[in-house]
Ligand binder design. Sequence first.
Ligand code: ZN
Length: 382
Amino acid sequence: MHVLRNGTVVDADGVREADVAIEDGEIVAVGDVGRGDTETDLSGQFVAPGLVDSHVHLMMDGRPDVATAQQESSYDRSYIAAGNLRAAVEAGVTTVRDLGAPGSLAIDAGRAVAEDRLIGPRVLAAGQNVVMTGGHGHWFGREADGPDEVRKAAREQLKRGADVVKCMATGGVLTEGARTGAPELTPEELAALVDAAGAKGVPTAAHAHGKEGLLNAVDAGITSIEHGTFMDREAAAAMADAGTYWVPTASALENIVDNPDAGIPESAMTKALEAADAFASSFDHAAEEGVRVAMGTDAGTPFNHFEDIPDELAYMVDYGMTPAEALEAATVTGAQLCGLDDVGLVAEGYRADLVVLDDNPAEDADAWGDPVAVFADGEHVV
Ligand SMILES: [Zn+2]
């Protein structure tokens, strides 16, 4: 048993002075804890749950023009994924959900971490995105048209071991020719996808920028809306009613808009700038209507690097959330969305996913920036 002594525990349940004991990857006691086999003194420091990033792309490396990755071999992409996993966990991210990779790359990466062949956060993965023919992200997605084909495409991902089924309900920023706001999969196709995933008890995620496609996805019973850029009050109300999670991925937009003249294709830059204003009001609508927010970054997209994942919490605060709300979105709420009931709190019986910080993250979202120590599933990685 290893004891983290004299620290201040900070999670979605609040802030309290408590020692934390971990053994075999699990938190075995929180509070007054007896002598451990080994001890670390954390006087003046804070112990928080590791971060959960509900939207990453392990095979992408933050290059300005994502389309150039089409020329890479699967081996190249696997090495990129290995580097990204290490960068994420060293930044204090102990769970990631990959929402789209070629073949079984991300599903295999999750097994490699679980079997101790790679250092990284635990990985939940969607396998390939289900997209309409020629739709957003088609070059690494599974193209499918019509409810029957979409159902089959979803079942293929489930057969591979997908933890979530991801689809494109609208166009996107990074695919040349895809219109950001326009609906892609139809309501019937979305319903078939949700039905196929539901049979396995697996959640679903829909990439959606425009309102019409977003509402199509919510009506179909999608578990989470990714991006939600043009969410208005009506769309936010529909999401709150249906219990749909929102994964905003502010980092994706910020890192495009903040890097003009850096090789990002003109079409992507234009679409990102159009999206930026609407995106700021989405946060207001979501807050007013009480939409559940889970933290996600879309890490891997242009200049959106895995080592910078904690910046997302500071962006969420810039957009009006409190540091404590951002913490909740990036820990327990993310874990709930991923279907993990033993992740996201510093509590007995939870996985020992812990970050040690110099400042209180419930008061300052920048506190996540440079963790003093990181434990991922009990392993001391930093
Ligand atoms: Zn994405």
